[in-house]
Design a protein. Structure first.
Length: 122
């Protein structure tokens, strides 16, 4: 099962020359043994719909042994995407839930958080 969520960066109120950077992804999941949650990101400077069309970059995989990426262990989106893509004004987050091989145990996403910063970029 896949879910796509879109976000728009807004640096209104920051000094001229400031640019948005998608910095970190944190998440909390419940993962039964044999199941997983794949986290993918796509960015665009056109609009949210374009971001949601991909291309997708897998930035994390949550499984039974590693279910969470919380503060202190979050996903560094600038490192995963590269600086240019991390500056996309629009971001799409695709979350894919894969049950265990029997199909009887499905993972759940309990919470997630995307961190955005507006940095001077001139």
């Amino acid at each position: 099962m896949q879910h796509v969520f879109t976000y728009a960066a807004d640096c209104t109120g920051y000094p001229p020359g400031s640019a948005a950077f998608w910095d970190f992804l944190r998440y909390d999941t419940t993962i039964p043994n044999g199941s997983q949650v794949r986290w993918e990101v796509s960015t665009s400077n056109v609009d949210e719909a374009t971001a949601a069309m991909g291309p997708w970059t897998q930035v994390a995989l949550a499984d039974f042994a590693n279910p969470d990426r919380l503060p202190g262990s979050e996903v560094d989106l600038r490192a995963e995407l590269g600086v240019a893509a991390a500056q996309g004004q629009f971001l799409a987050l695709r979350i894919t839930l894969t049950p265990d091989p029997t199909g009887s145990n499905t993972p759940t996403v309990d919470d997630w958080d995307l961190q955005l910063s507006c940095d001077f970029n001139e």
